[in-house]
Ligand binder design. Sequence first.
Ligand code: NAD
Length: 319
Amino acid sequence: MTAYGKTVLVTGAAGFIGSHLVDALLQKRATVIGVDNLSTGRSDFLDKAMLDDRFSFQELDLLEDDLTPLLQKADTVYHLAANPDVRSGAEDTRPHFDQNVVATYRLLEWCRRAKVPKFVFASTSTVYGDAAVMPTPEDYGPLLPISIYGASKLACEALVSSYGHQYSMRSVIFRFANVVGPRSTHNVLHDFVRKLNEDPESLEILGAEPGTCKSYIHVSDTVNGILKGSEKAEGLVEVFNIGSRDWTFVKDIADTVVDKMGLQGTEYRWTGGVEGGGGWIGDVRKMLLSAKKLEKAGWSPKLTSSEAIELAVMEILSE
Ligand SMILES: NC(=O)c1ccc[n+]([C@@H]2O[C@H](COP(=O)([O-])OP(=O)(O)OC[C@H]3O[C@@H](n4cnc5c(N)ncnc54)[C@H](O)[C@@H]3O)[C@@H](O)[C@H]2O)c1
């Protein structure tokens, strides 16, 4: 088995981050089984992977199908399938519970029965809620998420930790900052590009000027971080933050998108957001992660938040 796994199973393989992780694992010469129900994922994100003999794809749903037969072959599972839409949880709480908590529980059960040696989980900065310490390290607490999404991912982390300890399944949990890059289908950049394509003269922005201030990380840095952390994790259950060293306001993101789209004179219409300064209910106002632990393991982000956003906007516009 290589540091990343010899035969690995990736859930959410046709998603934004999952498809980039599949490409990177294939480059590392792993045999990759991709699983996705294609709810938000797209099969064309796997076009490159499909050309590789070491890749196979199964359209399966973690809430309906049984992955046990596939897991018999896997030495590492990378679990990225989820409902990652933070905003939607305020209106309908059930999808986050089902697609995050229940799906993760079902997968962990299959993994323990199949005696999968290693489990890698994609978590999020939102588990920290409105953290009082910035940059926020992995051992910050108490963890008090302010969104249903954050709560559901924290519940998943607790399950991953307990399965790791009870069944000696080595587990690595990654808490990502906001990830941007090509193949993204739902983030602030996408939202702005879509709105400006419809109306270049005015842009509705959720929140109050200058908006929330958060850290953004390019998907290439994120995937490198997942590989480095998976390789270097020493404990039975390890947690790593993955984020850039700086942060940026929503207004600066809007300026970048407007500039890269070659627009001038676009009027910003701020919605005013919600009490406390977030763009919507459950939106964290400030987020900056300390990634020193992963940096000590040999990883560092190549791009700052602004550079990641600039590159991602160009990539989205050329898609
Ligand atoms: N994008 C970010 O900024 C970000 C930040 C922090 C954490 N994360 C986490 O990273 C992971 C990947 O996020 P993403 O942005 O690539 O999202 P994404 O929506 O592009 O990918 C998720 C994938 O999971 C699939 N999926 C959902 N439910 C499924 C089910 N029941 N069975 C099988 N497949 C299912 C979807 O079709 C999709 O392809 C998620 O776990 C998310 O919570 C993302």
